[in-house]
Design a protein around this ligand. Structure first.
Ligand SMILES: Cc1cc2nc3c(=O)[nH]c(=O)nc-3n(C[C@H](O)[C@H](O)[C@H](O)COP(=O)(O)OP(=O)(O)OC[C@H]3O[C@@H](n4cnc5c(N)ncnc54)[C@H](O)[C@@H]3O)c2cc1C
Length: 365
């Protein structure tokens, strides 16, 4: 998949061949799975990680690069369903996780804040409501009015290169002893056994860290998580605009940022073909890409040529919270981040890894 992030520096990993034994098998080498592997290694556990495609071959390497605090729903909405104490606790965990990304890889992450921009009066009123609740809960937020429009500025947010981060995490995991395999689709999971196309892993614990397509791997989750396609495009470098921060607008459906070299990356419009976008296909489509192009030209005023168009899968849940479950003994799943999984996914992966080793874990449920 050609995305704005691909730099062709990854030489690839072997596929799984024959039978291997380990303590924990992690399925899915996106950000969530790799953070889980790192945590397991911290606890001295032997790990094998396996992916149907490549390291960050799913959404983890094809996303907008936003580092957003909180869960997918806006803070005041989540607070209304979870209660103040738990919503705030979860929010602060995500702020800490963003800090961790900045601290670990400062050269590929930038804390410039993010903007939530209102596209009409109703949305502006919702921004006001969010502002009031976040202030009441002593969470960092500012009112914003500027070239992008009116809304909120979340100063703790930022941006990063999601693909490069995953590749670095994978390299670190391998240096610390984890065995990682690419192009090894898991076809069967049973207690203590993971079977891929040309190999098998025998292990005590299994952790599937798969966001989009989770219900394909575990049909029992069909009622709880649903795969959707999200689409993006990117331009060649341009100085027609200077976009300082990550921006999300129209209730988060559209999102864009400008990379350090001037390229603009833009995603969104899933709701304009909602039925069609409930799919596990990762083909970009004309209808969504046309809307992205029009928005790029007419709203962002960018006429630079478009370099890449792409799509990837994510998982949505009814309550806006991720799935974190031991679905059968010693078989764990994490996923369903509702379109914003860079930070929440890392937390969930690490949290489940802690539970597997019996260490205390943060209250992510
Ligand atoms: C276009 C787009 C833009 C987005 N923008 C943002 C953003 O700006 N900020 C943000 O926080 N989030 C964003 N997201 C969401 C975010 O990318 C995901 O929630 C996050 O990357 C999920 O990471 P993960 O590691 O859990 O899962 P994934 O990245 O989906 O990784 C799961 C891995 O599991 C593998 N896999 C699946 N099935 C099998 C199988 N049967 N056998 C073996 N391996 C398997 C896949 O190949 C994949 O590599 C965006 C998503 C998309 C698609």
């Amino acid at each position: 998949m050609k995305t704005a992030w691909e730099d062709h520096s990854w030489t690839g990993l072997p596929h799984l061949l024959g039978t291997k034994r380990t303590d924990v098998c992690v399925i899915g080498l996106g950000g969530s799975g790799l953070c889980a592997i790192g945590e397991l290694l911290d606890h001295g556990v032997n790990v094998i990680g396996i992916d149907a495609a490549s390291v960050a071959g799913g959404a983890a390497g094809a996303n907008g690069g936003f580092l957003l605090a909180g869960t997918a729903r806006f803070y005041h909405h989540m607070r209304a369903s979870l209660g103040g104490q738990r919503a705030r606790q979860l929010y602060l965990l995500t702020v800490d996780e963003i800090d961790r990304v900045f601290a670990q890889m400062p050269d590929i992450a930038r804390r410039a804040g993010s903007l939530r921009i209102a596209m009409d009066d109703d949305e502006l009123a919702d921004c006001e409501a969010q502002f009031a609740v976040m202030q009441q809960d002593r969470l960092p937020v500012e009112k914003y009015s500027g070239p992008e429009g009116r809304g909120l500025l979340i100063p703790t947010d930022g941006v990063f290169n999601p693909l490069l981060r995953c590749r670095r995490l994978a390299e670190q995991c391998m240096q610390r002893g984890a065995q990682l395999f690419e192009n090894s689709e898991v076809l069967e999971i049973r207690s203590g056994m993971v079977r891929a196309q040309q190999g098998m892993i025998r292990c005590k614990n299994i952790l599937a860290a798969v966001d989009g397509k989770l219900e394909l791997l575990f049909p029992a989750l069909n009622q709880r998580v649903r795969t959707a396609r999200l689409q993006m495009l990117s331009t060649v470098p341009t100085n027609e605009v200077r976009i300082e921060r990550a921006v999300y607008a129209r209730w988060g459906y559209e999102y864009w940022q400008q990379l350090a070299d001037g390229r603009v990356v833009l995603g969104g419009f899933r709701d304009q073909a909602m039925e069609q976008e409930w799919t596990d296909s990762t083909e970009a489509t004309e209808i969504i890409q046309d809307k992205l192009t029009t928005f790029l030209r007419d709203h962002l005023k960018v006429s630079a040529p478009i370099e890449h168009r792409w799509a990837a899968s994510v998982g949505y849940t009814d309550n806006g919270l991720p799935i974190i479950d031991e679905i059968t003994p010693n078989v764990w799943v994490v996923g369903g981040y509702n379109g914003t999984g860079n930070i929440v996914g890392a937390l969930c992966g690490r949290g489940v890894a802690q539970r597997i080793v019996g260490a205390s874990s943060e209250p992510l449920r």
